[in-house]
Design a protein around this ligand. Structure first.
Ligand code: MLT
Length: 345
């Protein structure tokens, strides 16, 4: 009834005979009370049907891999299926805008990576505000990246790669998942540190970009270990380095880019889970709790460890922690991107 009380006076003050007014007032009050208790019941019973997790990049790519890995145990914890919907395009911003416009009832959630903190500086006409249009469920996982080439790329070492790129320049293609994708940011960082300007080729995700690399249609790709570790182990791609300052347990023989001369080259991709603004707190709490359960699932833990990806500590899998992290990342990326002068219309 706390919600009903402030609204009733306006409904009860309508003009008309006293008895009719009293009846109208009572009916309005009853209606509001029922609606309120209905809402409370819906929140208490949440979820009563499948929950849809929007993924901003193509199926089969790194974000999709993480989403599908956690969807099953999250669904078990919630008692309902968590379905994956890939809403691709514009470096992840289409899915973010779709989430921002969705009904705030908990049935639409959104997994995205650090593109959430770079998009506001990259896109002039963004259809969402990361700090105003979302509720926050929790941080998820931090994923390193690897610099790859097609298997038959004509360079056997990082030194040879650099010489080749300097000689060939824009004859060499570098795939990415669009402006704001981490593959794009990693590629830009690489080109600027090596001092080359390659031809960038955008895809709807690094899933299809990887298919193009495997098929030899593009030359290079910087991509997350959640997709690349098995392909590197099977020697289906050529690897030139990892983007962390220390070697990865899953790829101990692969040197870091830093140790090969690109001093301070570090990209680790943080991920967060969101819901539309206005999703009720009790529903968000259930989603955060289910995410924590999923991230502690032994199968998920082992799979992510095998991919050298770090599940965030459980005290970061909550709304406050994700919001604070997003704010600090927005503050970090703004000046970097403005200085680099990269924009889309
Ligand atoms: C993907 O899931 O396809 C990648 O995370 C895209 C990207 O490089 O950001």
């Amino acid at each position: 009834m706390a919600f009903v009380a402030p609204v009733l006076p306006s409904l009860c003050s309508a003009r008309g005979p006293l008895v009719r007014r009293a009846v109208r007032c009572l009916a309005a009050g009853l209606g509001l009370a029922l609606a309120t208790s209905g809402t409370a019941l819906a929140q208490a019973n949440f979820p009563e049907r499948a929950v849809t997790m929007l993924v901003p990049f193509a199926a089969g790519g790194p974000t999709d891999v993480v989403a599908r890995m956690i969807a099953v145990p999250m669904g078990k914890a919630l008692g309902q299926t968590v379905l994956i919907e890939n809403a691709v395009g514009a470096g992840g911003t289409i899915a973010a805008a779709k989430t921002a416009r969705a009904q705030p009832n908990g049935y639409t959630i959104f997994l995205h990576h650090m593109g959430m903190s770079t998009a506001p500086y990259l896109y002039k006409k963004l259809q969402f505000d990361p700090l105003k249009d979302f509720e926050y469920i929790g941080q998820v996982v931090d994923v390193p990246m690897t610099l790859l080439a097609r298997k038959d790329f004509p360079a056997a070492s990082f030194a040879e790669l650099q010489s080749y790129l300097k000689a060939q320049g824009n004859k060499v293609s570098l795939a990415n998942a669009g402006l704001g994708a981490v593959s794009h940011l990693c590629g830009l960082l690489f080109m600027s540190q090596v001092g080359v300007d390659l031809t960038t080729v955008p895809f709807s995700g690094t899933g299809p970009a990887m298919n193009a690399l495997l098929g030899g249609q593009v030359d290079l790709l910087c991509d997350q270990t959640t997709q690349t570790v098995p392909l590197i182990k099977d020697a289906r791609v050529k690897v030139f380095g990892v983007t962390t300052l220390h070697r990865l347990s899953a790829l101990p023989n692969v040197p870091t880019l830093d140790e090969q001369g690109l001093k301070g080259f570090e990209v680790k991709v943080w991920h967060g889970m969101y819901a539309p603004k206005g999703t009720p707190a009790p529903v968000l709490d259930k989603l955060s709790a289910a995410l924590r359960v999923a991230l502690q699932d032994p199968v998920v833990k082992q799979r992510l460890a095998d991919l050298s990806s770090d599940i965030v500590p459980m005290d970061k899998v909550n709304a406050a922690s994700l919001r604070a992290h997003l704010e600090s990342e927005l503050a970090k990326w703004g000046p970097v991107i403005k200085k680099a002068g990269i924009y889309a219309d």
